[in-house]
Design a protein around this ligand. Structure first.
Ligand code: SF4
Length: 319
């Protein structure tokens, strides 16, 4: 029997209810498998009861990193669930275990969030989670780089997304803007990213609405700290509109956060110096950067300069 991803919602509700009712002395306790999905409040609460607060948050799969499996014939695999021949690292009848451990598991130890596809590649937890249980991804989609469709977090976001989508596909711009604004007000940037990807194919690249959606997408990626993705989206906007201030700002900020700090800051300063539009939020971003770098005198200079240009700067920005 194969469950559908949505079935996880009923399972977690049942498990949570059971777990809440059980006292410390009650048996059986509920131990959730690693493959049920991650970063869901109910899942965390169930795990807290049996594992304690510190171990209740999924730290990513340890297959091939902190553990391995030995099959009946001596084959060494990253995890006893992941036994496909592509993942066998050696056999203890031929090679010493310590040599297999030291020389193998490269694919697992070097696996990064940037290899993930689908929803996992846009997920705010991807750099910690790395897509969750590798075997779930392999069994469902045939490769460990694929999206984990059996993740509670992903299932919950998709459920919320379905509430936003229209069955008749008849979207009005005002409705889209309202839904985007609602997501921003509730800080639900993960949902906003999924929503924009549904809406975006309706518009030709380079049109005003496309640029608005792309800039909102870049902003959302930035809010959940997926800076490489912010960079990619800003670059796409700038290909279509090289002077777009929001995209330039996102580009500068994401460069800064991906390690190109000098170029990133220079782009932000250029925005301030060259743009005729209001740049008060860019001043604010630069002030934050200067403070991160411990450069209080430059932060103070920027605040003074911005206050001269924008009289309400101090009040609006809360300095
Ligand atoms: S969606 Fe993917 S990356 Fe995000 S928490 Fe779930 S398994 Fe992990």
């Amino acid at each position: 029997m194969m469950l559908e991803p949505d079935d996880l919602l009923r399972i977690i509700d049942y498990a949570h209810e059971f777990s809440q009712k059980s006292s410390v002395a009650t048996n059986p306790k509920i131990y959730l498998a690693d493959s049920i999905g991650y970063y869901n409040l109910k899942e965390i609460s169930i795990k807290e009861k049996v594992l304690g607060e510190e171990d209740a948050i999924w730290p990513g799969c340890g297959a091939g990193k902190s553990g391995f499996g030995i099959l009946h014939n001596g084959d060494i695999v990253p995890c006893t669930s992941l036994r496909n021949e592509n993942y066998i690292q050696g056999n203890i009848r031929d090679t010493r275990l310590i040599d297999i451990w030291n020389g193998g598991f490269k694919q697992f130890r070097e696996f990064s969030a940037s290899q993930l596809k689908g929803f996992c590649s846009d997920c705010m937890y991807s750099s910690i989670c790395l897509g969750g249980c590798a075997n779930t991804r392999y069994c469902v989609e045939g490769c460990i780089e694929s999206e984990n469709k059996y993740c509670l977090y992903g299932v919950m976001v998709k459920k919320e997304l379905n509430k936003l989508l229209r069955a008749d596909n008849d979207y009005k711009l005002a409705d889209i803007k309202r839904q985007i604004s609602d997501c921003i007000k509730s800080d639900n940037y993960q949902l906003l990213i999924a929503y924009i990807y549904e809406i975006l194919p309706r518009y030709l690249s380079g049109t005003e609405i496309w640029i608005y959606l792309m800039n909102t997408l870049a902003f959302s990626y930035f809010k959940i700290e997926l800076f490489e993705k912010t960079l990619e989206v800003c670059q796409q906007v700038l290909k279509n509109d090289s002077t777009n201030l929001d995209a330039l700002k996102g580009y500068g900020l994401s460069l800064y956060h991906t390690g190109e700090t000098t170029t990133g800051k220079q782009i932000l300063f250029d925005c301030i110096n060259n743009s005729k539009n209001s740049c008060s939020d860019i001043y604010s971003d630069l002030v934050n950067i200067m403070r991160i770098e411990g450069n209080e005198s430059e932060a103070a200079r920027l605040i003074a300069e911005a206050s001269k240009k924008y009289p309400d700067f101090l009040i609006k920005r809360g300095y």
